[in-house]
Design a protein around this ligand. Structure first.
Ligand SMILES: *Cc1c(COP(=O)(O)O)cnc(C)c1O
Length: 742
């Protein structure tokens, strides 16, 4: 599967859901009569989250409450009685829009034939079970922390769009990930907030008997129990396990409270629940997957439970069952640093997997060997990625470069093979276009692309029409979005100042922050040190004049959280955020707190340049730059992850020459220097090179190059189609090969 992005042709995408899995989506409460019922039905399927006209509808009902309630339609609707809502809909003349949105959802849920009907025949009626520890679908459903979760969300949305039969499995975190505030010193404060379950589009998942599903897992120290929730993401049901149930110890009731919030013991229990518990939940729901897709090593325990099922139900031996399960399993690794892979000691593994191991009839050493590179090394801990690689016949990294890095990293699992023979391929990540494309940009494309282009968004030809758009029109649209971004930043930063009880002057300054005509660079991502948020700020005396050039000003908007345990990451945030106290940077560098899907959406839709400068090759893929592409921002990025295969010299800007250095300090110096040069010599001159109409012609040309060459190629529709062809179909269809792994 080492041929990701070899997707010159892409079939016409019409959509539909060919199979019934578990609860048939058509039965998803779509029998509404009143306007209130219809709004609720819309709110209860996250399909609305990638339909701008439905989002607009909710927002029009009450724009202020909509914002205050974190864009949660159920929370919004719950503030009205049905009668009040009817009255309001009449006042605002919303009836026909509500009716139309509702009709479109119904059509979507029953539409056929689908792309999948003609392309996933062998999957038949058996869905792909997609396992992930986090899902970033919308900011109002806070069960994600960052890139991995957003990727899972986009994957599921595109699977829905393509009609790929899929069920998704994860955990429900009632406190999700933390909310970030900075104190007066710029230190990150973490706040965990209880999510109001009643405001989520979530309901108990019901088994074939109509009863809520519950599961139980034995450990050496007692059982862990969980209930199961259902969230509808278009046509894909997402099942979330939740340990907050009667019968669990107080401690275990909080097991799924927080994402990445605990120690190693909590971690292994979460992964046991998601993996083994997830497989049991599907069983209890009456769902028989045709293939399993494990998104990152966290979920690898699932394979052991499937082996147990096969032994128990099909009478297979352990070895036969293991081969069969590997045949049906695809595994995706995301982490290019060895330390980033989950490892557990033998005691934790035996405590939690012991009873399952008894049922498999294997010894402690045999179990541990499944998670070890050196199977006989008693000192080696149990690695979830190793388990994933050993228990799946198809494994992939998430960009071409990451594939290369992963094959080298895990070469010892296949002794005697050359790098090319290591069976880890790559499928480069992509983003769900309707979720990230600004409504205004969508409108522009609608005017100039062929009708129904959105149904063919994974095809290259569709996007070539961008070159026919009037440059002035594209630039105007971009500027409108940039102004929306600046309004958002001013609102957020002045709120930050108010929270810190700063002076009226400070608040007033925040309300007038930044300038719409200045070249605006965005940097939004996790503040991990290898991402080097401060690279552009390494030499303040050198960058200050560049940012403050009266004729060619530059401003930078930063946003991002550091992991609660990452002190150096928090220090980075502090460094960046406190520049506001330096007059040279007060109106040039801003930090927007609490990076999430909402902040990300504003940033990638409004900036001129999206900056990404990780230490190569530590960025497995990165996806935020792909979102920026859709909206006309230009990437300025180290040639790492997806950008290493995307950059062609005229569709953005590259930092560095695609090489690495063994010494981090030298690499950092070199990249900082190159970033500065590219900025000063290429980016700024190109941006400010205006024609008589004030248009930066060459810049706009580059925007068009970026959109036409990258939007389709780094779309989640292309990504999911690659998974279908390279992973799901082979996994479901029974082609087999011996990977000869130890
Ligand atoms: C897209 C996205 C990410 C991932 O982007 P990277 O380029 O991998 O950093 C992380 N967090 C949020 C909220 C996103 O929307």
């Amino acid at each position: 599967m080492a041929s990701a992005n070899s997707v010159g042709t892409f079939p016409t995408l019409t959509t539909g859901f060919p199979v019934a899995v578990g609860q048939p989506p058509a039965a998803a409460g779509l029998t509404a009569e009143t306007l209130y019922d219809k709004c609720m039905a819309l709110a209860r399927n996250l399909w609305w989250s990638w339909h701008p006209e439905v989002i607009k509808l909710f927002s029009d009902i009450d724009p202020i409450r909509w914002r205050q309630l974190d864009h949660s339609p159920i929370a919004l609707l719950s503030t009205f009685t049905p009668d009040e809502l009817e009255t309001r809909a009449l006042e605002l003349v919303l009836q026909s829009r509500i009716n139309q949105a509702y009709r479109r959802l119904k059509e979507y849920m029953s539409e056929r034939p689908t792309w999948a009907c003609t392309n996933t025949g062998v999957l038949g009626s058996k869905p792909v079970a997609y396992f992930s520890l986090e899902f970033g679908i919308h900011e109002s459903v806070p069960i994600y922390s960052g890139g991995l979760g957003v990727l899972s969300g986009d994957h599921v949305k595109s699977a829905s769009g393509l009609g790929v039969p899929m069920v998704a499995v994860g955990l429900f975190y009632d406190q999700g990930y933390f909310k970030q505030h900075l104190d007066a010193d710029g230190f990150q404060q973490e706040e965990y907030i209880d999510t109001k379950v009643e405001n989520l589009p979530m309901e108990p998942a019901l088994g074939p008997d109509g009863e809520p599903v519950a599961i139980e897992i034995q450990t050496r120290t007692g059982p862990i129990r969980a209930k199961v929730w259902l969230i509808r993401v278009g046509r894909v049901p997402l099942y979330l396990l939740d340990s907050d149930v009667d019968g669990n110890s107080a401690e275990d009731r909080e097991l799924t409270s927080r994402l990445y919030g605990g120690d190693n013991r909590i971690r292994i229990r979460q992964e046991l629940l998601a993996g083994v518990g997830g497989v049991r939940a599907l069983k209890a729901l009456g769902i028989t997957p045709g293939a399993y897709h494990l998104n990152e090593g966290h979920l690898a325990f699932a394979t052991l439970e499937v082996v147990r099922e096969c032994m128990h139900e099909d009478g297979l031996s352990y070895d036969e069952a293991r081969r069969k399960v590997a045949q049906h399993t695809a595994f995706t690794t995301h982490t290019p640093v060895p330390a980033g892979h989950d490892r557990f000691n033998g005691t934790l593994v035996e405590e939690h997997l012991g009873p399952l191991r008894d049922e498999l009839g294997i010894s402690y050493n045999e179990l541990m060997a499944l998670g070890r590179v050196e199977v006989n090394d008693q000192n080696e801990s149990f690695c979830m990625t190793v388990l994933g690689l050993k228990m799946s016949r198809r494994a992939n990294a998430v960009s071409s470069l990451h594939g290369y890095v992963s094959r080298r990293m895990w070469a010892n699992l296949w002794p005697g093979r050359t790098e090319e023979q290591i069976p880890i391929g790559h499928i480069t990540n992509g983003v769900h276009i309707p979720s990230w494309l600004a409504w205004q940009m969508h409108q522009l494309y609608d005017r100039h692309f062929e009708p129904h282009w959105i149904g063919r968004m994974g095809e290259a030809e569709v996007w070539q029409n961008i070159h026919n758009i009037d440059p002035g029109e594209l630039w105007e649209t971009h500027h409108a979005l940039k102004n929306l971004l600046l309004a958002f930043v001013r609102r957020r930063v002045s709120r930050q100042c108010r929270r810190r009880q700063e002076s009226d002057d400070a608040i007033l300054a925040a309300q007038n922050l930044l300038h719409p005509d200045a070249l605006t660079i965005g940097f939004g991502r996790r503040f991990a040190t290898y991402k080097r948020a401060d690279l552009i700020l390494r030499d303040l005396d050198r960058i200050a004049p560049l940012l403050n050039d009266p004729d060619r000003p530059v401003q930078i908007i930063f946003s991002g959280k550091a992991h609660p345990a990452d002190e150096p990451g928090k220090q980075l945030i502090r460094t960046v955020a406190n520049l506001r106290h330096d007059p040279r940077f007060a109106n040039r560098v801003v930090f927007v707190e609490d990076y999430d899907i909402n902040v990300a959406r504003h940033l990638i839709q409004g900036v001129d340049v999206w900056l990404n400068n990780p230490r190569r090759p530590l960025e497995a893929s990165g996806t935020s730059g792909q979102k920026a592409v859709l909206n006309g921002a230009l990437n300025l990025s180290v040639l790492d992850g997806w950008w290493a295969e995307a950059y062609d010299g005229v569709n953005g800007f590259g930092i560095g020459k695609g090489t690495r250095h063994v010494d981090d300090a030298i690499a950092d110096d070199r990249d900082a220097e190159h970033l500065f040069r590219v900025l000063a010599d290429e980016v700024i001159p190109l941006y400010y090179d205006r024609d008589v109409d004030g248009l930066p012609r060459a810049w706009i040309q580059r925007m068009m190059n970026s959109i036409s060459s990258l939007a389709w190629r780094f779309s989640a529709h292309r990504m999911v189609a690659d998974y279908v062809h390279q992973a799901y179909l082979p996994a479901a269809g029974g082609t087999s090969c011996d990977m000869g792994m130890r």
